[in-house]
Ligand binder design. Structure first.
Ligand SMILES: C[S@@+](CC[C@H](N)C(=O)[O-])C[C@H]1O[C@@H](n2cnc3c(N)ncnc32)[C@H](O)[C@@H]1O
Length: 354
């Protein structure tokens, strides 16, 4: 029998299993449900009004344990899952919430080995889900116009995977221009956009996307949804234009008190998908045509103005991140990434402690 060379563990696996290591992030929860995410540092301490928890009591041990601090208070210790990680990491722009990231991976049909274009990168939350879905053999090209946001995203992704991801490239610049310089026509399998004005990318996406390829757009408001859907339809280069939103309602489970939670994240954004037609093809004419209600041009203009200068982040209700805040978050993200990389140095190629 020939001896088989063991396949190395996929990127990020070692950060997700085995004993807890210095440099890794853990979530600690007290008996009142208060949650803190900390980076384990040899000799480090977590202080609260309830006493002191020593990091050394956790390093080298398993996750899923309950430990006591200096005053005998209990803390439950777990590694953050991807969903937890993206909600607690330093941010540039607003992140795509886990409920939408899951839908995006499914609805955009992101598959292992796929060549995917993403814009903008923001804080890198969606990039992590896309990288997980394409795996080490895929290729994710992420475009971001703000260099400081690109750097925060890079550090966040490195913290999560414990190292730079081999399938990832970030390009700084406007997606609609840059993607045309980077990709051969019709060489990209999937495009995922989360940006203010995705309608500016219709020509570029039509050029780089392969026939049959999926273009998914995430937008926060109904006006953006309408504008981008009409721009895609008008190009005549796409078919199966569909939109939806996802509401996830948690449930309270306590004996006989089993009911929906009182609070929920009611709105995040809308997902719009479309498929690229082969060049020169026209979309299939459906026999049962949709009855389009009559409307005046001024109604459309009032709803979705053609004046680009009116589509500002403030007008769309986006949170504006100051340069100072971005610099502070970048510093924090880089420190966390450096510690995660140090944690990785203590494991072999299969993700086991060396
Ligand atoms: C909401 S954020 C993206 C968040 C990201 N999906 C995440 O999950 O962390 C939108 C980003 O798009 C970027 N952006 C807007 N227009 C762009 C364009 N034309 N090209 C590249 N990036 C753009 C912004 O700078 C911003 O960082």
């Amino acid at each position: 029998m020939t001896e088989q060379t063991p396949t190395p563990a996929p990127t990020g696996v070692s950060a997700r299993r085995g004993p807890l290591r210095a440099g890794q992030r853990v979530q600690i929860k007290d008996a009142k449900g208060r949650l803190n995410t900390i980076t384990l540092i040899p000799g480090g301490q977590f202080h609260s009004y309830q006493g002191v928890l020593r990091h050394d009591d956790l390093i080298g041990g398993p996750e899923g344990v309950v430990v006591q601090n200096s005053s005998g208070h209990d803390y439950q210790v777990l590694r953050p899952l991807l969903n937890d990680f993206v909600l607690s990491m330093p941010r540039g722009a607003t992140v795509v919430y886990p409920k939408d990231a899951g839908q995006i991976v499914q609805q955009a049909d992101i598959f292992p080995g796929a060549v995917v274009v993403e814009a903008g990168v923001g804080s890198g939350a969606l990039s992590m889900s896309l990288l997980r879905a394409i795996g080490d053999a895929g290729r994710l090209h992420s475009y971001e116009r703000r260099e400081d946001f690109a750097e925060i995203a890079r550090a966040n992704v490195e913290s999560f995977f414990g190292a730079a991801h081999p399938a990832w490239s970030i390009h700084v610049g406007d997606a609609q221009e840059k993607m045309l310089q980077v990709h051969e026509p019709h060489s990209v399998d999937r495009v995922v956009l989360d940006m203010l004005a995705p309608w500016e990318c219709v020509d570029a996406v039509a050029t780089v996307l392969a026939p049959g390829g999926v273009w998914l757009t995430y937008v926060a408001t109904a006006t953006q949804l309408s504008r981008v859907a009409e721009a895609i339809r008008e190009s005549g280069k796409f078919t199966q234009i569909e939109a939806n939103e996802t509401l996830v309602r948690g449930w309270h489970l306590d004996g006989l008190a089993v009911r929906p939670d009182h609070r929920m994240v009611a709105h995040t954004g809308f997902l719009l998908t479309a498929r690229r037609l082969a060049s020169g093809q026209e979309a299939l004419r459906m026999k049962r045509r949709l009855k389009v209600s009559e409307f005046k041009d001024e109604d459309v203009e009032a709803w979705t103005p053609s004046d680009e200068s009116r589509w500002t982040p403030q007008a769309l209700g986006e949170r504006v991140v100051t340069d100072k805040k971005a610099r502070k978050n970048l510093k924090e993200a880089r420190l966390t990434a450096r510690r995660a990389a140090e944690a990785e140095q203590g494991v072999d190629a299969h993700g086991n402690p060396a």
